[in-house]
Design a protein around this ligand. Sequence first.
Ligand SMILES: [Zn+2]
Length: 439
Amino acid sequence: MTTNVVFVIDTNQKPLQPCSAAVARKLLLRGKAAMFRRYPAVIILKKEVDSVGKPKIELRIDPGSKYTGFALVDSKDNADFIIWGTELEHRGAAICKELTKRSAIRRSRRNRKTRYRKKRFERRKPEGWLAPSLQHRVDTTLTWVKRICKFVPIMSISVEQVKFDLQKLENSDIQGIEYQQGTLAGYTLREALLEHWGRKCAYCDVENVFLEIEHIYPKSKGGSDKFSNLTLACHKCNINKGNKSIDEFLLSDHKRLEQIKLHQKKTLKDAAAVNATRKKLVTTLQEKTFLNVLVSDGASTKMTRLSSSLAKRHWIDAGCVNTTLIVILKTLQPLQVKCNGHGNKQFVTMDAYGFPRKSYEPKKVRKDWKAGDIIRVTKKDGTMLMGRVKKAAKKLVYIPFGGKEASFSSENAKAIHRSDGYRYSFAAIDSELLQKMAT
Ligand SMILES: [Zn+2]
């Protein structure tokens, strides 16, 4: 089996144990089930099922800033089997861009027409407030968790909560960690440094070698063990630098000196944003799902993935969250989901200067189709064609066909999946993963 499992619900829409694609195909062909939903694939049985055993599938989530990985894991025989995976691509950057554009337009408009405005006080953000681009990550993740719970009997949810413990990093005892390389304690600091300094020697840019933790201001001269005083260097550079200060060591290389000093000042802003979102996500899941939500840290996820010798993918990382067992892939083709948004909800269109250019026109939504619907069209010669509706006009739908946009009579079209704000695709089967599976 190399594809995701198919979710199964009974005629009362009670979630049952998922089945393989082959079994689902058989059930569909024999008329014992019907297609309920395309993405994710769900079939509905035409009979009632009374006895459903205790749920034993776990949903594991690896929330990230750009992608969130989901994996359904079935644990048996002392191993974890990933039976279903999804990668959810967020649109945080797009939201941020749109909001920045809007605020710029509003600001410039206020500056042009400056009547007196009363000062506004008490504009504090409510507690637990997240920027819309971050809140979106929590919201879409919750949507997908709820969606999965509707179709699969879920035992518990595991979430990777903290990537780097920032507070721990600043007060970390480097001596201890140096002697414990390879353990969980050192892992987090090392991972954070690798991420921060781009996985290369800070002094000679050499990559793919063993990097040593290096004190920017030497420890022998009283340099601290704080994260901000640490960098990574190859063995050669580390020895060469010895107990020289960075100004001495890089006397002839002004450019690099400036670069390192600049980078040193950069806080782990990205990591901080991810951490804030993750914490909110866990509390939201606890409040909204009534399931047991377990948390784990990023370092143990990586350890599990490496000991299972799996490649780095968001959905595989998700499968390795909160476990010490060996993780085995049962699927090679995760569902790829991209957040698209639900389109523009603005009533009045504006020009680049923020002036209303058109008065409000109610958008004529065609009753039958709208942009984003996935449909199947029967062509005149009887062949079928599947596509995504680009726009719907009276009696016609436009879907991409042969690299171009083609119009088809809307009477010959049948809905496969209605537009729901996401774009779905399957990547080609990963050859790197396939090799791993064969061995
Ligand atoms: Zn070096």
